[in-house]
Design a protein around this ligand. Sequence first.
Ligand SMILES: Nc1ncnc2c1ncn2[C@@H]1O[C@H](COP(=O)(O)OP(=O)(O)OP(=O)(O)O)[C@@H](O)[C@H]1O
Ligand SMILES: C[C@@](O)(CCO)CC(=O)[O-]
Ligand SMILES: [Mg+2]
Length: 297
Amino acid sequence: MVAKVILFGEHAVVYGYRAISMAINLNTSVKVEKADKFIIYSENLNKTLVSDNLECNDRDFSYIINTLKIFFNNFNIEPEYLKLSIYSEIPVSCGLGSSASVIIETLKSLSNFYNIELDKNDIFKLAYEVERITQGKASITDTATITYGGVLEIKDNKFRKLNDLNDFIKECDFLIAYVEKRNKKTADLVKEVSNLDYKDEIFKEIDKIAKEAIKVNDKKEFGELLLKNHELLKKLNISTNKIDKVIDIAKKYSYGAKITGAGGGGCVIILLNDNWKELIKRIKNHVISLYPCKVIL
Ligand SMILES: Nc1ncnc2c1ncn2[C@@H]1O[C@H](COP(=O)(O)OP(=O)(O)OP(=O)(O)O)[C@@H](O)[C@H]1O
Ligand SMILES: C[C@@](O)(CCO)CC(=O)[O-]
Ligand SMILES: [Mg+2]
């Protein structure tokens, strides 16, 4: 299963404004086995949960536990003890849709384990229900992008594939800079933004930028729109000093960049130009890790 990068519109999309997101080549896998308890092992979290029931409220495993509950309930399966082992290339809680990727891969692995045929639409609907219930508020951005792949426009919680923009983005080289560990979850950040009484003016400006980006096929123009979106996200208080430091360097040595996902730290998406070697030299001491990425269909 893949991950996702929101190119434009995070947070605004939760309120029905436009977002553009793309599926990227970072994968998750989930193994399902019979067990004598509910066991959830995550290599990334370096953590194992062992429980007699699914009522434990371990926040680290809340998405997985809700995925199990919704799967059992949706298919009228008597909950039985299972061991789930999760392995993911996606850095956790940093804006690349790790929660959605883990939910979707868990649903696919459970459906294989129980020989239940699920098409993409079934997966998408169940995954969105898990994100919404676990986060309290969620758009379809992450679950739709990771389920369907490519480049999507999301608006009013509906989505469409942007094949023309996909063709342009396929010619782009992006770098994801994982800048800093987030100490808040997406749910917390979405809640904080909901308390801002000026958020709608910001969202309207972001929506205009996303709408403009759909028609772009020039890397310089696209990069400038990324930077403009970032400046608006800063006004929603979801950026950080470390993130802004990397953005400032990227302004000089790339076409443009912005924070991606819920924010509060996490990752920056950078549209590379010919200065990419100088860029990497100047940001490498300000990041945890770097992921070259391409859109995947
Ligand atoms: N490899 C994993 N193993 C177990 N749980 C995971 C894994 N990856 C993500 N999760 C679950 O998803 C949560 C992170 O989801 P969250 O929505 O906060 O961040 P994200 O999805 O990475 O970023 P964003 O939603 O901004 O794209 C983790 O706290 C954990 O509950
Ligand atoms: C912050 C947000 O817009 C994106 C998280 O990846 C939340 C959502 O769309 O569910
Ligand atoms: Mg998430």
